[in-house]
Design a protein around this ligand. Structure first.
Ligand code: CO
Length: 496
């Protein structure tokens, strides 16, 4: 057996354990009865321990050191070895004590966050968040960084992303998007009340399943279920699960979660099954993953062409609510821009202020220029500054998101990166497929899916996010594409 085959075998074993955890996690979020929680936590923790042991064995380390210098490997194999070696070295940097302390603090922080949120009392969460921030600063030192400690945290979600680059990107968001949203706010608002009429849950479910089929989601390699927070997970590229959430009095919930998670799932289903367990079979970064969900959700799903294909059916399904609503009215209603308090229900423009605020806060906490005790005041000041709104309570403000209680610092920026990559990629999809919009109007999504398969999905992690963007569009991520898309679309919608 060659060294490379041995390496593949070890990596696939690790993947088996991790995907087994993913099945248990999926079950926990969908079907597990309440009493199952305690032992499930134990099972997941055992599997996480096994995966960590397998990922840090001396055998794997030695193998990777040998393979690093093997000239006979193909470019793809070399790239896999490089990725695995980086991951191996990062894993080795954590001491058992640190991992245990972090995991204990996270579980305390999560519980205190839940309590703090339900009682609208930040001071319950504050001491645990302080501990977590301190641990995260330690983690930055442990992992190492060149310029800014936050780089080390970003790298876990968006490999090779740098704080300095994000500062430039978000400076563009500030200087261009804030004014544009102000122009929109000065215009009369469009109608959306019919979105919040009563919509039968079963009929919504059926409609959503059809949307997934139309997008090209393969039901022989996945399934959809209900969960309280929609998500996508996979156990290989041939078993990719999505979940949705349906609200009786809000049609938006089901439609956008189906399309969004569908976009994530198409990426996973498009990764090469032959590369199971290897970097060449994995997604590039969370930003690129999110680019796939956002491209389908916003560039396609919130577009007029998509609803020219689908509105007749929706209208026939819910005549009691939509009889007198035209496709144009519906298009306007799904694209209402309005500053709001809650990130997850924000429109596609003001959404990025929510991310910008979290980015500024995380950076400040990690570099030590902001203290946890000053966080609520700082948060509220920023919401006034960027969104022009007063935050009535910490539950609807600084306590709204789960991420910090999980110790996920560096995650939020990937949401905005996803939308900006999506806009840039979609501009080039339109160039490469001249009749793209008319294909979509006819309900034919396959030219777009084929393009995404060819340009993004099939190479796994062969390229970095930055390189992929240059290969597809000739330049690195540029906020201009998002701004152009926004200006054309919303100038029409709001008669600017
Ligand atoms: Co997503």
């Amino acid at each position: 057996m060659t060294n490379y085959s041995k390496y593949k075998e070890l990596l696939r074993k690790i993947a088996d354990v991790q995907y087994a955890s993913a099945v248990l996690n999926w079950d926990q979020e969908t079907y597990m009865p309440p009493k199952g929680a305690e032992f499930r936590a134990q099972q997941l923790s055992t599997l996480a321990g096994i995966a960590h042991e397998l990922s840090t064995t001396e055998e794997l380390g030695e193998l990777l050191e040998h393979l690093k210098n093997e000239d006979s490997l193909t470019e793809k194999e070399k790239r896999n070895v490089k990725e695995s070696l980086k991951k191996y070295k990062d894993n080795k940097k954590y001491t058992t004590e640190f991992v245990q302390q972090l995991s204990k603090t996270i579980s305390e922080a999560f519980q205190s966050w839940q309590k703090a949120k339900s009682e609208n009392n930040f001071s319950i969460f504050a001491p645990y968040l302080e501990k977590l921030v301190k641990l995260k600063r330690d983690e930055c030192c442990l992992l190492g960084f060149q310029t800014h400690p936050y780089d080390a945290l970003l790298d876990q979600y968006e490999p090779e992303a740098k704080t300095a680059d994000l500062e430039v990107l978000f400076a563009d968001v500030r200087s261009q998007l804030v004014d544009f949203v102000k122009q929109i706010a000065a215009k009369p608002q469009n109608q959306e009340s019919f979105m919040f009429a009563h919509y039968n849950i079963q009929k919504q479910w059926d409609f959503g399943m059809n949307l997934l089929k139309q997008m090209g989601y393969d039901f022989d390699a996945g399934r959809q279920d209900i969960s309280s927070h929609p998500f996508t997970t996979n156990f290989s590229s041939e078993d990719v699960r999505v979940t949705t959430r349906i609200k009786e009095n809000d049609l938006n919930e089901m439609i956008w979660s189906c399309i969004h998670e569908g976009g994530h799932a198409l990426y996973e289903q498009g990764l090469p099954a032959s590369e199971y367990g290897l970097p060449s079979g994995e997604y590039i970064s969370l930003g690129i993953h999110e680019s796939q969900s956002r491209l389908w959700e916003n560039n396609v799903g919130r577009g007029l062409s998509f609803w020219k294909a689908n509105y007749k059916k929706l209208n026939e399904t819910f005549p009691e609510n939509l009889k007198s609503v035209s496709v144009n009215d519906f298009y306007k209603a799904m694209n209402i821009v309005k500053p709001s308090l809650i990130r997850t229900s924000a429109d596609e423009l003001t959404y990025h202020f929510h991310v910008l605020i979290r980015f500024e806060i995380e950076k400040a906490l990690i570099e030590g220029s902001l203290e946890v005790k000053d966080l609520p005041g700082y948060w509220n000041k920023k919401y006034k500054e960027y969104l022009g709104i007063d935050v009535p309570s910490d539950a609807q403000g600084v306590l709204q998101d789960i991420h910090w209680s999980h110790g996920s610092f560096g995650y939020f920026p990937t949401y905005s990166l996803g939308s900006f990559y999506a806009a840039q990629f979609y501009a080039f999809a339109k160039k490469d497929i001249p009749n793209l919009e008319s294909e979509i109007e006819n309900g034919n999504m396959s030219p777009l899916l084929d393009w995404l398969r060819l340009k993004v999905h099939k190479y796994g992690k062969f390229n970095t996010a930055k390189d992929l963007c240059i290969i597809i569009t000739g330049e690195k991520l540029n906020f201009k594409y998002f701004m152009d898309y926004a200006k054309i679309k919303y100038s029409k919608l709001y008669d600017l």
